[in-house]
Design a protein around this ligand. Sequence first.
Ligand code: ADP
Length: 495
Amino acid sequence: MIQSVLVANRGEIAVRIMRTAREMGVRTVAVYSDADRAAPHVAAADEAYHLGGSAASESYLRGDALIRIALSSGAQAVHPGYGFLAERSDFAAAVEAAGLVFVGPRSETIAAMGDKTEARRRMASAGVPIVPGTKQSLASAEEARAAADSIGYPVVLKAAAGGGGKGMRVVARGEDVASSFEAAGREAANAFGDGSVYVERYLERPRHVEVQLLGDQHGNVIHLGERECSIQRRHQKLVEEAPSPVLTPEERAEMGTAAVRAAQAVDYVGAGTVEFLYDGGQFYFLEMNTRLQVEHPVTEHVTGLDLVEWQFRVASGEAIPWKQDEITLEGHSIECRITSESPFDGFLPSTGTVRELSVPGGPGVRWDGGVARGTEVGLFYDPLLGKLITWGPDRATAAARMGRALGELELGGIRTSIPLLRRIMAEDDFLRGNLSIRYLEEHPEILVAPDPETHGDVIALVAAVLEDRARKTGTPPRHGGRGRDLSNWQRGLLP
Ligand code: ADP
């Protein structure tokens, strides 16, 4: 078994990985940028090393520096987390070449799945249904137009190297194909260094359903059920749950089998996810993520497994001890992403110091956080501050617990997605499980800012508490640069 690991990441995922490592007696090595000197992931590790400047390009994206630190600190393995270098096959290869264990799939697998057209070709030949569209990148705007015409509108132009919703353009009419083709290619070239674009049908109201996989070095691959991640904003997930409220046991088995086939087609080792769009009883392969996902905790709750533990075990050569039919799902789990964005201001990024942090407890509640009181939240990294996860014997209980826990979560000093998530947890279609990737567009009322007039009394009360605290502690309350605007102060009391 691996004895020590360098966690090549930051924030909540670095903390989460180190928690399991500690339970397993694995020594943890953290790395940090200038901005992260006092970050919780540094405190969570046994040892920590400075990587470089605050920009990701000067720190968490410096593969050579990460490998140097891993070697000099005596770490045996590198866990990439998600984002940053997690899906860079050249990094995985360099880690292996340095004689270290990469906690993830082989570099060839990452390379094959990182190119969406290559992944589509492989999936199609493994008999996994793919969204109708091209399996090759398009050579020109004319070729894009011809392909889109034959697929039928709307279509989506996608970067082959894309990720995180970047390099994607939905096109409703033939005359718009050329300009969107150029725009998607430019965006992809800037973001990923590869401007190749392909086209597929844009499904109008699908659900996003993905299957969690686990493979070992002995050729075993099993799936751990699915997650539904339909509640998204601009193709980025906000709320995830397991299981999906709509899948029948037969569909679950069918989708799971397809995902396992997909993984076997690339000799998959480690934890990975096959994403599908699900529409009217049909499902289509979207992409494979060759890493741990942000939303992995909901799978942990319904399976009772620790996915990071199993990442370490299979990376150490252990075989998966279960057959597929020994995996059972129990109850229901929901995750809400708590981000430093202002949902009623067009998701404007919010920055500042975390002045107050009080996390919920009680039955079936888990907080995976990456910030502490005093943490400076800037614009260098993605806005995920932490994740609130609940479990219940059924979906209604998990949702009620989430509503309750969001009300208890106090995160003062910066604006967050909490008020939006609270509204979703109380919304009828959500509660009925009536979801699609258009959920937010179909519920515009959720994004309307609360009327400050109607909450005047609450605001006055909070103001009084703040003033009182400021007097006692000598620290002035932070009002977000808008005078008396207390919408920064997010408590259970405010909607
Ligand atoms: P990325 O790698 O950028 O995350 P994906 O291909 O995984 O991109 O797609 C992200 C999201 O975009 C999906 O969850 C879905 O909401 C939307 N999407 C992608 N492809 C389609 C499609 N063909 N039809 C409808 N929605 C799509």
